[in-house]
Design a protein around this ligand. Sequence first.
Ligand code: ADP
Ligand code: SF4
Length: 688
Amino acid sequence: MTKRNSRYDLLFEPVTIGPKITKNRFYQVPHCNGMGHRYPRAMAEMRGVKAEGGWGVVCTEECSIHPTSDLSPATLMRLWDDEDLPVHELMIEKIHRHDALAGIQLVHNGFEVANYVTRQPSLAPSAIPTEWFRHVHARGMDKSDIRDLRKWYVDAAVRSKRAGYDIIYTYAAHGTMTLLYQFLLSRYNHRTDEYGGSLENRVRLLKEILSDMKDAVGDSCAVALRFAVDELLGEDGMQKNEAQDIVGLLAELPDLWDVNVAAWHNDSMPSRFGVEGGQERYIDFVKALTTKPVVGVGRFTSPDTMVSQIKRGVIDLIGAARPSIADPFLPNKIDQGLEDEIRECIGCNMCTSGDFLAHPMRCTQNPTMGEEWRRQWHPVNIAQAGSSDSVLIVGGGPAGLEAAVALSDRGYEVTLSEAGEKLGGRVLRESSLASLSQWQRVADHRSYLLSQRANVQTYTDSTLTTEDILDAGIAHIAIATGASWREDFYGIQHPQSLTVTDPSMITGVDSVLAGVMPSGKVMVYDDDHYYLASAIAEQLARSGVEVVLVTAAADIAEWTHNTLENEHIQIRLRELGVQIVCNKEIKDVEAGKVTLACVYIGKTEVHEVSTVIPLTSRVASNQLYTKLFESQARWADSGIKSVTAIGDCHIPATIAMAVYAGHEYARELDVPESHKGVFRRELGLGGE
Ligand code: ADP
Ligand code: SF4
């Protein structure tokens, strides 16, 4: 095993956090995962795997301390009473097994939640509608509510200590998400008593709770504070000057400062809108105001950036949520001198959609994320090959690349054939758009690994036909030939192809991604509702083209609310002067003009444009797959035992799903049919 580069030694130094010592500086900060109390075994195993991968501290997601903070329908942690303890103990044991510290992020969400399951009134510093469910109001807290809150925090801290946690947080970050932050913000805290008004008064409750927790558990547990130093709202929100005063007021009280920016979409900044280490300029003042260790995040995947931030005194601990999701073994890889093998987060935020949609999170880069317990998929270990058969993979997009990597890990002889000049498929095409450039990491990581493997032959500029495959003499064939964008507007809004008057007005998405950049005024029509239409509109606008973005939905890029991209997209497209038209469908495309109709009442309007780019749906490129089945009678003579379609060529979907499909194919090769697609269910633990 190679040893780590000495310039990264700093990352492996122990750090004292109150009464605890972490073995290194790799700190998995709290992050949601869509598993929580409903999928506790999956959650516990996922956290345990991170500890195994070298993270010195592994924290929970936010953990509600009381039924008045019921985050339903989201799936997060709870510590309302002793009944919740087994879920926590299960996870802590898995973290401790690998000498990591276990942290818990205790929270009351105040007016963020509407308590749909518990039916308790929500609480707030002052009476206000709840954040996400505005028709339900929260009650302004009186003094007895404040006493109760302090007690709930102490009770939860004591329970956390009993469960075995090493680091116990209180949470005042992510903007309106936490009650203690709501108290800090004068726009929500209108109180006239000693908990409102001056900054000292607004900080009082946080200070009391931190002191209460220190008194209750500080002898043996570290008490941490997560605090957002800037909401990026300018004078309307928290910003540096006030944050400096708050850090000054509380400086030595917490054993650890975990600092970031708010709101969540700024903290988990998508790579389209922010760079690695991008929070430095907001948080860099904190260390000067406290002697306590400081942890910060910034989608850190480069060990050089990590070392630089520590050496320059920005932070003491490398906080990571997404990098630890994309590669749970990131610390161990650096430790073993394998930093070139780090599977770097691409900043797509597919992972955050698990929280919004209340399902176990998935990661574009890491197909084993969330499947560690459910399918017993370990991110590093994989079963040896079930036979000495060879495998031919046709298509080097995310599905084909991931299948090749995982199959080679299993020890199979693999041939990968790609028609294009380079590996990457759709990732290569889409990352040619400037704002998606980091997504190329999906291809780069896998291409690099394949280049290191003796049991993989990779061919580019190599279009395979049915006859080529029948002649190859290879036992297992995976067809990963992708999908192409339709140009006939067929999709959810137009469930029949649309016959337009002038088809020459239309430029397909695949042409645009191949480098055809239309000029004049361009209409981008989006019935896909994810990121691509906005990325194309952005690219065109940046190159000086006048763009109108039309969607049948009420909002552009609707699904990107789940990936924290939407607000950034809205701002960027408006700043670039893109005209936005919602609730409209295409009626006809004629020379120089497009007729749109209102999706509700059919009222039409005409837009003069020179080109239309339709993003409505895709069609699987499965001709090769179909032809091979037509030749099934010849398989035995050709030595073919199986032909399988994977990824977009099976069903056009997300990149995450293509990677998952490639991985699943590799895991399940030479496995009995009855064992395929099987997952363990969460029964008997957790629940509401
Ligand atoms: P997925 O997301 O499922 O991986 P992609 O569209 O990203 O799908 O990738 C499919 C890849 O397959 C593309 O790079 C394409 O060039 C390649 N391909 C398609 N047909 C063939 C073929 N007959 N032989 C080799 N490669 C092919
Ligand atoms: Fe990173 Fe995307 Fe994976 Fe989230 S889903 S960890 S943003 S690669």
